[in-house]
Ligand binder design. Structure first.
Ligand code: B3K
Ligand code: ZN
Length: 873
């Protein structure tokens, strides 16, 4: 009988104790057959000398059919060990011993996609955080690091490719058309970095010479027929290898670096040592099937997983509470890589846009948790925007506080001290502190406290004394587990912009980093000749909400002149946000919309000031409904939606001529090129097209249709489709039908087709999404399809939060259907309900009914339970 999935338990950081036993080497023999895979594990174990002798040996396992257990070559009788729930316990073991277990697993039935599972072209693994225990009995925690040797056996014709971490050391044929391959990983690693693959796959090979002259064999494995979609990922890999050498002095330590793409994958990708496994979404790209955003995302994810080889694999996490140690740091590294390889200013803008759309709501909702959580039920629920993106902001603040040179020294010291170890966030910060002399004691609040701090600023200019005084106050609203908050150390980058638009001199610098440490603090700037407009929190120097009562003309001034590109963009976002919110309030009161014409002039200046087209496009993209909703006491999603669309139409009317001219001027001058400048041109041109189609005018529809039909690349084709799919009329229907007809065999393009319909602002969106769940293109077992259709719908602010509760009920049903198949993905969908308490009583009643019925559901996974239970509070 297979042992079962575990009953939910609460795990606490304060309960951490070191493992009583360690595992030195692991030999795995995996025999893959139709009836299941038999896994024989031989573990050389020893007592951990840090822990008193006498503890029982406790191994983790889930859904394993145990066939045999032996200790030092002696088969154990059934009463010499016990299997209780998800643990195998042996009471008395020697100081050193060899444990061998044999289990059968059922990868074909593994719809959770954790552990060893079947996908279209073979078998794949996902072990982080706790999937290895679904393959064999093990001490499945990251502070147990071992050396692995793996032998795979499978039918040769069906699974010609057999891979595991490390280096190939043997392979050959076996009777009955079978074959085997043995891989040896020279590096010690935690079990979560284990990977193996058996499949029929094509491979793109290349090599990379490191700066010390070692040659690394690179390989990207994909579904047969997709080799022509791998070149970009390979180039991205080589670029990231070079960048990590140049920026951080970090060299690849492997002889073989392999990436395997799989269509069924819960997340983006996984950094298994030397054998990354990727969602196809972050590998496959060709100009006709992938957009500029896809190309850039591939760069970022390939780099991210590669960078983990040092930040995560060489130095890993002691326990899962330390997840941000590797994730926050690695996101920061991939952000910096993105900034260096694309555009630094737009990279920062997109990061902050994402942070505000996802992490700020998370931090204000029921799932709020610190960057280093202190308690969890299901660790999979903590791969969050807080751990990743806010974690990256925390690392960025460290760099801001000590400067990049000291930061680099801190990184060097971190590796010098901890290479080969499993450590904590404190160890990282201690290295930064030792390298810089900076005292991070108060700064650690960022790791401990959840919630987004609010900084309220107030400025005063004394003309006689030529003095500008800035008073900053900080506060942080209570979060579910933390009613009281201690003050943070907040780096606030400040510039003072003069009436002519130039930065005033602040004693040899134009931006000063203030350190706000008290609840309230006053900063004085001397020798300021004129009354300035303050440019606060430049480059978004801390993940806080900044409150300053800027006038509309202040904002227009900053939007036109601020030397800090982030704050130039920010000024526009504030201006648009304030206007949308005040118009939403008017609509809610039954009053008509009212837009000042000055906003058109401000936007026109941006359009025509000769900035980088990517920046202009960012500046003229309005803040999202989800971001703005956070600023409303009671969210009225209809008024918000209508007001935001009102501003789109207002800008379109005021700038119609500008948009039309720009659309024509930005027409492509040759065949598609994927580079940053061309991508920026397309981005702005497509924004013009969308604005122009805010009017119901035949000539603009025709432009969109022409672009849809004539585009030689997916960026332009899909932008035209999105425009058409969001306007009433037959053009949208036809474009959607044509698009599907053309791309139905490209899974990733079909995902776009699903998403564009689920995110649409047309009133029949829910009905359409409901019918799409029954379409041949949809598959509840495939996470990409679920994310494309269902999560996009859950993020459709207007229709998910429909007043009659229909959106809530629909998603509730889908979560119920998905949970038994894939609880991790179901729990992610359940997060769409996070903000239900911000809405009116009617909507709350509908959401509560759905959440309560979910919580009552028998057999609900601990993943979904944790999310729903917290949401109900
Ligand atoms: N480390 C993986 C995340 C795996 C999550 C499993 N639930 C991807 C990444 O951050 O690189
Ligand atoms: Zn990561």
């Amino acid at each position: 009988m297979p042992n079962t999935t575990p009953t939910p338990v609460t795990v606490r950081l304060e309960d951490y104790t070191p493992p009583p036993y360690l595992i030195d080497t692991v030999h795995l023999d995996v025999d893959i057959r139709k009836e299941g895979a038999v896994v024989t594990a031989t573990l050389k174990c020893l007592r951990n000398r840090m822990v008193p002798a006498g503890a029982s040996l406790v191994l983790d396992g889930e859904e394993l059919e145990t066939l045999a257990v032996s200790l030092d070559g002696q088969q154990l009788a059934a009463d010499a060990y016990r299997i209780a729930g998800s643990q195998l316990v042996i009471e008395h073991v020697p100081e050193q011993f060899t444990l061998q277990t044999q289990v059968r697993i059922q990868p074909d039935k593994n719809t959770q996609l954790s552990g060893f599972y079947r996908s279209k072209n073979g078998y794949f693994t996902q072990c982080e955080p706790q999937g290895f225990r679904r393959i064999t009995w093990f001490i499945d925690r990251p502070d147990v690091m071992a050396r692995y040797t793996v032998t795979l056996h499978a039918e040769k014709a069906v699974f010609p490719v057999l891979l595991a971490n490390g280096n190939p050391v043997a392979s050959g044929d076996e009777p009955d058309g079978r074959h085997f391959a043995t891989w040896e990983d020279p590096f010690k690693k935690p079990s979560y970095l284990f990977a193996m693959v058996a499949g029929k796959l094509d491979v793109l090979r290349d090599t990379y010479r490191t700066y010390s002259g070692r040659e690394v064999q690179l390989a990207i494995y994909v579904e047969p027929g997709k080799l022509d979609q791998c070149a970009h990922a390979m180039a991205a890999l080589k670029k990231s290898m070079r960048w990590d050498e140049q920026r951080f002095g970090l060299e690849c330590d492997l002889d073989h670096y392999m990436i395997v793409a799989v269509g069924d994958f819960n997340m983006g990708a996984m950094e298994n040592k030397g054998l990354n496994i990727f969602n196809t979404k972050y590998v496959l790209a060709r100009a006709d099937v992938a957009t500029d955003v896809d190309f850039e995302n591939i760069d970022r994810v390939v780099a991210h997983e590669y960078f983990h080889n040092w930040t995560g694999n060489r130095v890993t996490c002691r326990d899962w509470f330390q997840l941000s140690l590797k994730e926050g740091l690695t996101v920061f590294r991939d952000q910096e890589f993105g900034a260096d390889t694309h555009s630094r200013e737009t990279a920062r803008i997109r990061e902050v846009r994402g942070l505000r759309a996802v992490q700020f709501p998370e931090d204000a909702g029921p799932m709020a948790h610190p960057v280093r959580p202190s308690i969890y039920v299901e660790i999979n629920n903590f791969y969050t925007a807080t751990v990743y993106e806010k974690g990256a902001e925390v690392v960025r603040m460290i760099q801001t506080l000590i400067g990049w040179r000291a930061f680099r020294k801190g990184m060097d010291l971190y590796f010098e001290r901890h290479d080969g170890q499993a450590v904590t966030c404190d160890d990282f910060v201690a290295a930064m502190s030792a390298a810089s002399g900076f005292d991070f004691t108060q700064f650690m609040t960022w790791y401990r406290q959840s919630g987004t701090p609010k900084v309220t600023a107030c400025g005063a200019y004394d003309g006689a004394a030529k003095r500008y005084t800035l008073t900053l106050r900080q506060s942080c609203a209570p979060t579910p587990e933390q009613p009281e908050k201690a003050p943070y150390l907040i780096p606030v980058a400040v510039g003072l912009v003069g009436p002519d638009g130039t930065d005033l001199d602040l004693g040899g610098e134009t931006t000063r980093i203030l350190q706000l440490t008290e609840p309230e603090q006053t900063f004085v700037f001397e020798n300021i000749p004129v009354a300035p407009v303050p440019s606060l929190l430049r480059n978004f120097s801390a993940p806080v909400v900044l409150d300053y009562s800027y006038s509309e003309s202040d904002l227009a001034h900053l939007l036109a002149h601020d030397s800090d590109p982030f704050n130039r963009w920010e000024a526009g976002q504030r201006l648009f946000g304030q206007l949308i919110l005040s118009n939403a309030a008017r609509l809610a009161r039954g009053e008509p919309q009212d837009w000042p014409t000055s906003v058109i002039e401000a936007a026109r200046k941006v359009l025509n000031n000769g900035s980088d087209p990517a920046f202009i496009a960012e500046a003229l993209t309005l803040p999202s409904e989800a971001t703005l909703a956070e600023q409303m006491d009671v969210v009225d999603p209809e008024a918000l939606h209508d007001a935001r669309n009102g501003l789109l139409l207002m800008l379109a009317s005021g700038l119609e001529g500008d948009f039309a001219r720009l659309y024509a001027r930005l027409a492509p001058s040759g065949a598609y090129r994927p580079d940053t400048a061309e991508a920026a041109r397309r981005r702005l041109r497509n924004l013009c097209l969308a604005y122009l189609n805010e009017f119901d005018k035949r000539n603009y529809r025709a432009l969109a249709r022409q672009q849809f039909e004539g585009a030689d690349n997916m960026t332009d084709q899909f932008a035209a489709l999105s425009t058409l799919a969001n306007v009433v009329g037959a053009d949208g229907e036809k474009a959607l039908a044509d698009f599907y007809e053309r791309w139905q065999n490209e899974a990733l393009v079909v995902d776009k087709w699903l998403a564009v319909q689920a995110g649409s602002r047309l009133p029949d969106t829910l009905a359409r999404v409901q019918s799409l769940t029954r379409h041949a293109a949809f598959d509840l077992k495939n996470p990409n399809k679920v994310y494309a259709l269902l999560r996009t719908f859950g993020a459709n602010h207007r229709y998910f939060h429909a007043a009659d509760g229909s959106g809530y009920r629909f998603l509730g049903e889908q979560i119920t259907a998905l949970d038994p198949l894939n609880p991790q993905v179901a729990a992610r969908l359940a997060r769409c309900f996070d903000r239900w308490k911000k809405f009116d009583d009617g909507r709350q009643a509908h959401a509560r009914a759905v959440l309560e019925s979910l919580r009552r559901h028998t057999g609900l996974s601990s993943d979904v339970f944790e999310v729903v239970d917290k949401a109900l509070g």
